[in-house]
Ligand binder design. Sequence first.
Ligand code: NAP
Length: 517
Amino acid sequence: MLSLRSHLCGQWVSGSGAPQILVDPATEAPVAEVCSDGLPLEQGLDFARREGGQALRALDLAGRGKLCDAAARLLHQHRDELLELGMANGGNTRSDAKFDVDGAAATFAHYASLGAALGERRLLEDGESVQLGRSPRYAGRHLWLPRRGVALHVNAFNFPAWGLAEKAATAWLAGMPVVSKPATATALVAHRMAEVLAPALPPGVLSFVCGSAHALPGLLRDQDVIAFTGSSGTAARLRALPRVADASVRLNVEADSLNAAVLGPDVLPGSETYELAVRDIVREMTQKTGQKCTAVRRIFASSALAATLGEELVARLRDVVVGDPRDERVKMGPLASAAQLAEVRAGTARLATEARRLLGDEALVPVGGVPGRGYFVAPSLFASAAAGAAVAHELEVFGPVATLFEAPDDPEAVAELVARGRGALVCALYTDDRRFAASFIGAAGPYHGRIAWGSTKVAAQAPGPGMVMPELVHGGPGRAGGGEELGGVRGLAAYSQRLAIQGDRALLDALVAPKGG
Ligand code: NAP
């Protein structure tokens, strides 16, 4: 069986101890194993800080952008192989795997062009200079400087390719070396990516730790950064680590999220906006078997619309063919692991204690695969009273599961119900009524990192709320972790120290000029 390794101190190393087994979630057949005891973690972090940090800081932003460009090209070159691995170890349909792998390449490409545009500078300015003294000569300004540590990236199981890329692209462009750790259960794609990317980069720029290695965050220092994507439980453990607290290690968290889709009272069945909403909701519930941080978990529609919408969603979700993703008829593969299957079953059982099941109770016969094997679930749709519900506003069931609520017509009242999710990554809003939208956005906006507003005029081109664009920030307040990633140049902030500097304006101007830093 394939034995996965880690890339530390510029070389591939194997761990020891009891192996963790990675499986094909459609058949439960083992596909690889990994041991992570005894890895030289401390030395690996030091090597990255020293060698990788120096190599990146020696480059201007255009040079760092070229590293992102090389990464995007390599992912394109190895695309088919990576898609196969996503299908074999992630339970992805080919389309799901493309979403992950192509999303990774597109994100690298975006930061490559940003680097090219920023050009020969090494320092980034934050705003204009301000006069501080009696004459304009004495001035102050703000700069972003690369932190002198290492960026530890801890990723979730659902996006092994995109998770590695979206974090690495911003860190490299900012000038920080990366140690990337994928979730163990689906590490095959990220492992192959590391095999492909690491040799093409200066030593120490990309290190890779495979297997649990949960000791890593406890080894970080004051100039280091952790960017974590995963459950809020693990995030809480990281926040509480003495090393993280004592050294003020910068921690960015992307965690759980009960994303809402809201249809305004103006939306009529059959309208373009309605069709867009239905399409988006079905895709967001079933793409990657609902294992997306941005998936729609709660649907709010006016009382005039809710019943029709419910019937339409049930009809479309019932048509989703579930089974082995290698079978061309299949539109939704299995969940990623036995643990996820157990959690989704437990979660839907909890939802059923307070909500009416519209879909999902029927026996499921997956298409293809090995009879009796695989972590398959059918889509589940529940209906509940928005004000009375507790579980549906609180529990993120990380699978193809959502709850439909009848919503009031008042946008502020809908926003209040949406806010019971206590902070989310994204909200999908469907309305052509500007006033409804303005009130809703004003009231619900502070509970979100992003609102995707679907309306008639953009129905033909809106990619859906689940598509994270590198141009826009990704993250959310409250239970979503309070973090922020991407957003073009904004994404570099997590890996930079903002420095206020005051002095002679001419000298400061020379410092920030291209080639000056
Ligand atoms: P998880 O169990 O929290 O694991 C996430 C990562 O943390 C994995 O790499 C895991 O490694 C590692 N980890 C676990 N315990 C650790 C510890 N004590 N110290 C250091 N690292 C530790 O989450 P998951 O089950 O993979 O992901 C599902 C969750 O992620 C969902 O709740 C979802 O909402 C969230 N998510 C959020 C976003 C977002 O952008 N906001 C995106 C995707 C997913 P091992 O696998 O080796 O244990």
